[in-house]
Design a protein around this ligand. Structure first.
Ligand code: GTP
Ligand code: MG
Length: 494
């Protein structure tokens, strides 16, 4: 390669650097001199509570409460009697950890007090810290914001941490942990590197293309690299819905004719009495929604009105809402009464709902569908319907009354959920937020402009824009409003 190219690569690589002393409003209304403290463990009575401090006066706080001249050895626990610095009153015996910056969570000097979790002990230590000059209570998310400002975490890692704190299911935890480990950031940095190289080559061509000192196919190689990158980004964008579902829950909607046992199924899956169950057809009218952990995946489970025509005004409205909710479903659970497959409402459901779903090409995959034949306990011994009656749809036999078939249903649901949410243990890291999707799409748009132009200066500018969006994704040059939004997800003490 032409010898000046590496210098240009370095020039192009001068991406907007992460600020080391970012300041802002909200959780970031701090000055580097301020030292913050907060209860970092949960509120309420508990065996052990953790209070921590961060900032330059952490060492003073430690000395004031422990009356010791020297801090304990860094990053190892020591038992101290904590006293109020003004009154000298004993507060508790506590394990104290000293994390001198920059090798701490925030990058600043930090102290952790692990003490007994009684409310009086906690409030006594918080008051004692408040009396130390230079210390003030932390705002929500301020510890993490300081970690970000000191380059300890990228923005995608911060988001991973917020998700980890809020994770309610196993899949959410796995996904958040991978993001916290920086996998998404690494992926973006890899893409940005490709763009940096492409930009360096285009700039080299602009500067020196005429004098023949460059390899001949330098621009063709850039085109090939950009095209490959476009394909990769497009495939990640296609998967973006999956990451978001994993974060906020997949929509699973239960539908079917009246009295098929839809509400019974919702109650069984959620293990609580979400909906009224009665032998009267048309019991459920509104859409009833409940969050559920299904096979480790977060799910928003909806019960809906039985689909039929010619009923009263209220039920008609319920049926309209049921259809509306079906449109939004990621997975549809169609429930039929196995002992009543020849009824008009059942036939109409098979014709109007099941048939169109069965006709969908397997690859169009907009909505996944499982057909359930409930009330299997009412059947003679062998399954009731031929596949012809069920339009050749695979189906599962179930009894909400006895629980027979539930394991099979959960297994099938797990497969469907892994398909719509993505499996967080394997494959590339997913885009979990609309923000990620926005920047990736903008990057792709910029690459589209690169492809469309024949002007080299404009092509270089398009590459620069594309790279800038990747850097926004991991937090480089992010605006304060975006940061405020992200840090708002945190509680005080994190
Ligand atoms: N034998 C038997 N009865 C069931 C089973 N599942 C539900 N049922 C009964 O079927 C009736 C209707 O159940 P629901 O769960 O209310 O049915 P639904 O589909 O929600 O009915 P609508 O809300 O009116 O559309 C109730 O009497 C249930 O106890 C089952 O597996 N076996
Ligand atoms: Mg119901």
């Amino acid at each position: 390669m032409w010898r000046g190219l590496s210098a240009l690569a370095m020039r192009a690589a001068r991406a907007p650097r992460r600020l080391c002393a970012r300041r802002s409003s909200g959780a970031g209304s701090w000055t580097p001199e301020s030292t913050i403290f907060a209860l970092s463990s949960g509120q309420g009575r508990c065996a052990i509570a953790v209070i921590r401090t961060s900032g330059p006066a952490s060492g003073i706080a430690l000395r004031s409460l422990t009356a010791s001249r020297e801090p304990p050895p860094a990053r190892s626990a020591r038992l101290y009697l904590l006293r109020h610095p003004l009154s000298g009153e004993p507060l508790d015996r506590a394990l104290v950890l000293w994390f001198p910056g920059p090798r701490s969570f925030t990058g600043e000097d930090c102290v952790e007090f692990h003490m007994h979790g009684g409310p009086a002990v906690v409030s006594g230590v918080l008051q004692a810290l408040g009396s130390v000059p230079g210390l003030r209570p932390a705002e929500a998310g301020e510890f993490t914001r300081r970690a970000f400002a000191h380059g300890k975490l990228s923005l995608t890692e911060v988001e991973g941490l917020a998700d980890l704190i809020h994770a309610e299911t196993e899949a959410q935890r796995r996904q958040a942990l991978r993001q916290l480990d920086g996998e998404l950031g690494q992926l973006c940095r890899g893409w940005a590197k490709t763009l940096t190289k492409a930009l360096a080559h285009v700039e080299a061509y602009i500067d020196f293309g005429e004098d023949g000192s460059l390899e001949e196919d330098v621009l063709e190689q850039v085109d090939r690299d950009v095209r490959t990158l476009e394909a990769t980004l497009a495939s990640h964008l296609r998967d973006a819905r999956r990451g978001q579902r994993l974060r906020s829950g997949a929509h699973v909607v239960v539908t079917g004719p009246p009295n098929a046992g839809k509400s019974s199924l919702v109650n069984l899956l959620s293990q609580k009495p979400v909906s009224i169950v009665s032998p009267e057809p048309g019991t459920t009218r509104d859409v009833l929604e409940t969050p559920v952990d299904l096979a480790g995946f977060p799910v928003l489970l909806s019960d809906t009105a039985g689909l039929r025509e010619g009923v009263g005004v209220a039920e008609q409205e319920g049926v309209r809402r049921a259809h509306q909710r079906l449109e939004q479903a990621d997975i549809i659970l169609g429930v039929l009464d196995a002992s009543d497959l020849a009824s008009p409402s059942c036939c109409s459901f098979l014709d109007n709902v099941v048939a169109p779903l069965a006709a969908q090409s397997p690859n169009s995959g907009r909505q996944r569908f499982l057909l359930l034949l409930n009330k299997s306990d009412l059947l003679p011994t062998s399954p009731p319907a031929s596949d012809t009656a069920l339009l050749g749809m695979p189906h599962l036999l179930l009894s909400c009354l006895t629980g027979a078939g539930l394991d099979g249903l959960l297994q099938a649901l797990k497969t469907e959920l892994a398909a719509v949410c993505g499996d967080p243990s394997t494959g590339p890291p997913l885009l979990t937020r609309a923000r990620h999707q926005h920047h990736l799409q903008s990057c792709l748009d910029a690459l589209g402009h690169y492809q469309a132009t024949t002007d080299l200066a404009l092509a270089a500018e398009a590459l620069r824009r594309a790279r800038r969006h990747l850097s926004y994704l991991t937090g480089g040059g992010g605006t304060e409003e975006v940061l405020d939004l992200i840090f708002r997800d945190f509680c005080v003490g994190k």
